[in-house]
Design a protein around this ligand. Sequence first.
Ligand code: CA
Ligand code: CA
Length: 373
Amino acid sequence: MSIAAAQRNWSKIRGLNPGQPVVHYGIVLSQPQIHDSLATISSMAEWANQFSTLNFSINEPDGAPTNRFRHVQDLGRVMRRASGRLMIAQSAGNFNMNACNVAFGYDTSAGTNDGILVVGCTDKYDYRYPVTANPESYYFTEKQSNYGPCIEVWAPGQSMTTTVGNGSVVTATGTSFAAPVVAALAGRYGDATTRPIEREAYIKEAADWTGHYDGSSFNLPIYRAKYSPPYWHNIPKRLPVTGVYSISSTTNLNKLVDEKFYDGIDWNAGGGWGSIVIDLGSAKNLTGVRVMIRSSANGGTLNFAVHGGNTINVTAPGVATIPNNPIAYQGSNDQFDLVPYYIPISGNYRYVMLEASNAASWLSYSEVEVYGR
Ligand SMILES: [Ca+2]
Ligand SMILES: [Ca+2]
């Protein structure tokens, strides 16, 4: 919290966004507690009508038998759930190992447009921080920042002055300090309507190469998070929606675009296949569709086809299709209840038709967003 929002305290403490409102959600580090807290805080954000940023300085301990933050594991899934509302900055861990083994990721890679950033930690010279002693009474001594393809951005976190529980000031090191730097930068962009993947795009566009590599077997370039004004970056934005149609079911059509992900009032196709058409009001330069699914399955095939068009065939109130014109296909086999999918698309179209076939569950969405420029 001191990194993100502290007012100057004349003891070398000052946050990146002094005075920024922060909700602190302290928890016991058990799996049920982490799971429930992530679900609760994202639902609280929805209750408050806010899209915001979540700092998450937690990862698996060294030697953990399973990485529960993998995208298909329990904690990875609840992170994906929360990413509907909150851009998550997660610490990469401090064991000098591949962060894919202890933090969020898709086995061997990070995800673009998933609203989640795993953050590596640099020293003040922008190198991956070396082995650093910490004050043992407060922190473990950290081996070295984790590395690898699940890290999307880096930030400083070595030898940070910080206050501890009794109010004294210590110097400490770790990715736990780097993640809130990114969370604070992400929090500077936009407002309470700015979507997690928009914040993620700002951070990734603004990051610059340090000229250094991580020095691991991957030897990936170190991109440093920094702030630059939003107007420098022509990132894709969520597009306003003027109408929604479906030939599958017209019940709760408006709930697809009511900015609620977790309220339990959802559009349901009434079977395994369904189609919806989204009207953007005028032709837009499209970049992607993000859809939060509901599902009765844990795993199982879910296939999407996206069509673009500039004419619509309305046959009854709320019932319409557009001519077949596929602009993207995406298959998945990692479906769970309340996880989002991002489907990249391109072209200039007013109407977007999203067809999906679910082999493992009824087909249902709690929210759909279309992005473009
Ligand atoms: Ca990401
Ligand atoms: Ca909704």
